[in-house]
Design a binder for this molecule. Structure first.
Ligand SMILES: C[S@@+](CC[C@H](N)C(=O)[O-])C[C@H]1O[C@@H](n2cnc3c(N)ncnc32)[C@H](O)[C@@H]1O
Length: 232
């Protein structure tokens, strides 16, 4: 967690390079809810993987993230697209400076996991998750949709989520009523050397050593998708 904090503060460009090696996820979102003409909020938007795909069709989009460096990359991508329907908000997602009932669709890609990935004990992250869920419900309108994406395992062809995230994933379904499915979002790196270097940097030695041993540049990745449609 501490290392990822450092990455989001000082190494945003390298993070953006790494995720550029995964397939685009617009169609995954569209299958659950078309975002054409909607007011959208991307929570933990990072370097804009989801924001930049949705912005051209959305009515408006807010990219919210705690990291200024990550948001700067999102911002420059949106400027290059010559769009004017977007806004960047630097904030913690536990308490968002956004109005009640201000969005039709909230997406949160690989960002809420940091609640459970913190150093606090189970009761502490459960409380924080509850706060975030209340915050998401506050800003989404009746009839709106919340979509969450998280890792179900890197370097594995079938879901094998990190143990410390299992209880959080269970709560999304059992306590908060989300539907769930999983998909493959494999990385296709330019070379084994690049795959190994970026995996060591972000995922750690075990994943990187496996890439070296297998001499692969296509690294399997499983992603979990959770979604909740709110009553009108
Ligand atoms: C793995 S990146 C995901 C970025 C982007 N959604 C994507 O799909 O590539 C996680 C992001 O969550 C942000 N983040 C982590 N904890 C946060 C918090 N408490 N409030 C707001 N953003 C947070 C980080 O700054 C980082 O940009």
């Amino acid at each position: 967690m501490a290392e990822h904090d450092y990455i989001y503060k000082f190494d945003a460009a390298q993070y953006d390079l790494m995720i550029s090696k995964q397939p685009e996820v617009g169609s995954v979102i569209r299958e659950i809810r078309s975002f054409a003409g909607l007011d959208v909020i991307d929570v933990g938007a990072g370097t804009g993987r989801l924001t930049t795909v949705m912005a051209p069709e959305a009515k408006t989009i807010v990219a919210l993230d705690a990291s200024e460096a990550m948001l700067q990359i999102t911002s420059s991508k949106l400027c290059r697209l010559e769009l004017t329907n977007w806004r960047i908000v630097q904030s913690d997602y536990v308490s968002m400076p956004l109005e009640d009932d201000s969005a039709d669709l909230i997406v949160a890609g690989w960002s809420l996991c940091y609640i459970a990935n913190s150093n606090c004990q189970k009761s502490c992250w459960e409380e924080k998750l509850q706060q975030v869920m209340e915050e998401l419900r506050r800003v989404v309108r009746p009839g709106g949709t919340i979509i969450i994406m998280e890792t179900m395992g890197t370097g594995t062809e079938v879901p094998s989520p990190p143990t410390f995230l299992s209880a959080y994933y269970e709560q999304l379904v059992e306590k908060y009523g989300f539907f769930h499915k999983w998909i493959r979002l494999d990385y296709t790196f330019e070379s084994t050397e690049q795959a190994e270097r970026l995996a060591r940097w972000f995922f750690g030695d075990a994943t990187a050593d496996e890439i070296l041993r297998k001499q692969i540049k296509q690294v399997p990745e499983c992603a979990g998708i959770w979604w909740l449609n709110l009553p009108v």
